[in-house]
Every structure is written in structure tokens, then in C-alpha cells.
Design a protein around this ligand. Structure first.
Ligand SMILES: [Zn+2]
Length: 58
């Protein structure tokens, strides 16, 4: 239970106070990449979709 509260507070802090911006679209992001840049949920989905198909298109 405490973990979910912690997560909720973390998300609240990110979305309403820290407001990191997505490196791709500039919207408020809640996911952080390994390199420290931020990305929103939408773009991370698009990126993972692209990553799976890139080899076929090239
Ligand atoms: Zn984005």
C-alpha cells in the first residue's frame, strides 16, 4: 500500500511540480530514459513501435 502511495506522489510531483518535458513532442513527460532525457507515454509507445519495424523499412 505504501508503495502505491509513493508512486502516486512521485507522479503528482512530476506532472504538477517538476513538469519535465518530453524530448520528442515537448509535452509533460513522466518516463525517464536511461540517458536522463524525459519522454511521455505516447512517444515511448510510438518509439517502441518504430523500433520494431525500422529494420524492415530500411
Ligand atoms: Zn512525447
Amino acid at each position: 500500500m505504501i508503495n502505491s502511495i509513493k508512486l502516486w506522489i512521485q507522479n503528482f510531483y512530476l506532472i504538477h511540480i517538476k513538469k519535465p518535458h518530453c524530448a520528442s513532442c515537448g509535452q509533460v513527460a513522466i518516463l525517464q530514459n536511461d540517458d536522463g532525457s524525459w519522454i511521455c507515454e505516447q512517444c515511448s509507445q510510438v518509439m517502441s513501435d518504430l523500433g520494431g519495424e525500422q529494420d524492415d523499412r530500411a
